[in-house]
Structures are given as structure tokens and as C-alpha cells.
Design a protein around this ligand. Structure first.
Ligand code: ADP
Length: 322
């Protein structure tokens, strides 16, 4: 079984409008209300791919009850820790000119007792897990070292850990040597304090993160695809153009595709194809964390993966600038 961790779960309200500007009233008939938070998005996509998945994290109040019920409707096992404060709501407004506005609440505060209860659930669930995926920011009241501790616990039991977070959470977590991290371009720039202009820069920055502890670094690049780097090789994933409706959650869908492939022993090239096909398919859908299996299958046939030795990019023939 695959376990996902969402330390700051949410309800995601997504509004699709013809146009959106500030200081006006908009009436909206086209909207969705779904459980959200990066780990939950990963769980939803894993479940659509047919994988058994269990969600861990914190939920509270009316929002928390909704999250749990909706996930269970989708055949996803939940072992959330219930907290006193209300889980958050996040709003995304997408308009047909391609603009995307997001309002993200900070989320509830977790107390000592609730954290202890979560850690005890985590210890028990580790014995039944083949892979753990932790994604996103953390709720208030939790020490920023949490991912470091969770990774160590998993590694002690021989369970692979995938960490998709950013800033200080990633910098601290990476030291526990996760199997995979998935920064996007902006997150990579932020944690390595560099500016990324081209593929050389991505390889250089990713090599820094490998030195810091990551086994594998998947850098997602939106419509430009992905680069995947480890000590031996650099893989460049070239993706087709897509009719994008809502790319929120594409990174999470990519992680889900990769985790599915890892759990089912795909080779790296096929893992990257499935991962990116899931990311693209999510972007072609209105709802966050939603893929279409037929579309995924078609996309896999159109994605190309090139492999080079990881010698800091010297072998890549055509360097793409961003
Ligand atoms: P994140 O959501 O973490 O910022 P990205 O935006 O890089 O992640 O998206 C993850 C993956 O989803 C990309 O690597 C790509 O495969 C796919 N994707 C995202 N946006 C687009 C887009 N506009 N067109 C085509 N594919 C996309």
C-alpha cells in the first residue's frame, strides 16, 4: 500500500470564469468543491490509476469531515488525526484568458497531543506501506524538522520516501536523504538561491540537491516538461502541446504517476512518461487531481525521454533556454 501525508489538508473551491478582474462582482455556475492539499491530490490520482492508497495528516471541523467523506467516496482509505481547529479552505479562480488567482488560508494550529497521535498512527502504518509520499506545507504548531523525522523513520523500516515540498521544509527534509524530491523551477531557484535560465542551470542546481542528500531530483517545468537527475544520469522529458484548462495540481499528479510506476516496477523512462502524462492530463481538466485514463494512454505515446550521463550537462546537445 502507498501512504500519503498531507499536513495541511484543505477544501479546494475552484471557480471557472470567462473573465476575472478585481473590484467587480462575478456570478459563477462553473465551479467545483473538492478535498485538496498536495498529498490528497496525489492520493486521488493514485486511486484513479488503480492503486491502494491511505491518507494521513490532520483534519478538523466541518471542512475536515467533508475531506474525509469525499475521499472515502473515492475508495481512498483515510487514517487522519482529528484536530480541534478547522481545516482550511483554498480558493482558485481560473479565467478563460489563462489567468489564475489563488487565495490560500494559512490553516489550523496542531497541538502537542494531536501531533503525538499522528506520529503513533504513522509508526503503525509504516509497517504496511511500500512507499510514503509527503507533500506540501505544514500546519502551524508543527516543527519544521517534521519531514526529516518522518523520512528517517521510513528509511529505518526500508520504506521509500518521496518528498514534494518547498523552502525550509525541503531544505531540512533533504538532509534525511529522501528517495525523490520534485521541485518546480521556482522552488529549485528558491532553495538553491540561483537563477535558472537553461538546462545547464537545472542540472547544476539539481546536483547541489543531490550533494545535500536527495537520491533523485525531478524538476517539473510546466509546459516545458521535466528534467530528472540522479548521480548517474540526466533525463530530459519532452512533452506535447496540450489544451490546458486548469494546471493546479499538475505537479501532484506527476508525483502520483511516478509513485504508481515505482510501486509497479516500471523502468525510469516509462515512469517519467506516465508521470508527465498524468501531469498533462490533470492540466487538461477543470478539477484538481483529476486525470482521464484514455488521455493518459494517448499522451504516453507522444512523450519522449532522452538520457544523458550526468556530467553537469556537457553531453546535452541542444540546450533549451527558458
Ligand atoms: P507544479 O504544479 O508542481 O508547479 P508543473 O506546473 O511543473 O508542477 O507541472 C507538472 C507537470 O505537469 C509538468 O512537468 C508537465 O508534465 C505537466 N504540465 C503542467 N503544466 C502544463 C502545461 N501548461 N502544458 C502541458 N503540460 C503541463
Amino acid at each position: 500500500m502507498i501512504t500519503t501525508i498531507t499536513l495541511n489538508a484543505s477544501i479546494d473551491r475552484n471557480y471557472v470564469l470567462d473573465e476575472f478582474t478585481v473590484d467587480k462582482i462575478f456570478r459563477c455556475e462553473d465551479f467545483s468543491v473538492v478535498p485538496g492539499g498536495k498529498g490528497i491530490n496525489v492520493s486521488k490520482v493514485l486511486s484513479q490509476l488503480g492503486e491502494k492508497v491511505c491518507c494521513l495528516g490532520f483534519i478538523g471541523g466541518y471542512t475536515g469531515t467533508f475531506i474525509k467523506k469525499e475521499l472515502e467516496k473515492q475508495d481512498i482509505t483515510t487514517k487522519f488525526t482529528t484536530i480541534d481547529e478547522e481545516s482550511r479552505t483554498c480558493i482558485s479562480i481560473v479565467s478563460s484568458d489563462g489567468s489564475q488567482t489563488e487565495i490560500l488560508e494559512r490553516g489550523p494550529k496542531v497541538n502537542e497531543r494531536e501531533l503525538e497521535s499522528f506520529l503513533s498512527t504513522y509508526d503503525k502504518i509504516l509497517d504496511k506501506s511500500s512507499i510514503v509520499v509527503a507533500s506540501g506545507s505544514i500546519a502551524q504548531g508543527i516543527n519544521t524538522e517534521i519531514y526529516y523525522d518522518l523520512i528517517n523513520k521510513a528509511k529505518n523500516k526500508g520504506v521509500k520516501f518521496i518528498l514534494d515540498t518547498s523552502s525550509k521544509y525541503l531544505i531540512k527534509g533533504i538532509k534525511a536523504k529522501p528517495y525523490l524530491i520534485k521541485p518546480n523551477k521556482e522552488e529549485l531557484e528558491d532553495i538553491t538561491a540561483t537563477i535558472i535560465n537553461n538546462e545547464y542551470d537545472i542540472i547544476k542546481a539539481s546536483n547541489k540537491l543531490i550533494e545535500m542528500g536527495a537520491d533523485n531530483v525531478a524538476v517539473s517545468l510546466g509546459k516545458e516538461g521535466m528534467m530528472y537527475i540522479n548521480r548517474e544520469y540526466t533525463y530530459k522529458v519532452i512533452i506535447p502541446k496540450a489544451e490546458v484548462i486548469n494546471p493546479v495540481g499538475s505537479g501532484d499528479s506527476t508525483v502520483a504517476g511516478f509513485v504508481y510506476a515505482l510501486a509497479n516496477n516500471y523502468n525510469i523512462e516509462n515512469s517519467l512518461k506516465l508521470a508527465n502524462a498524468c501531469g498533462i492530463s490533470n492540466a487538461m481538466n477543470k478539477e484538481t487531481g483529476k486525470i482521464n485514463s484514455k488521455v493518459v494512454e494517448t499522451l504516453i505515446g507522444k512523450i519522449k525521454v532522452e538520457r544523458y550521463k550526468n556530467n553537469s550537462g556537457r553531453e546535452i546537445n541542444e540546450i533549451s533556454d527558458f
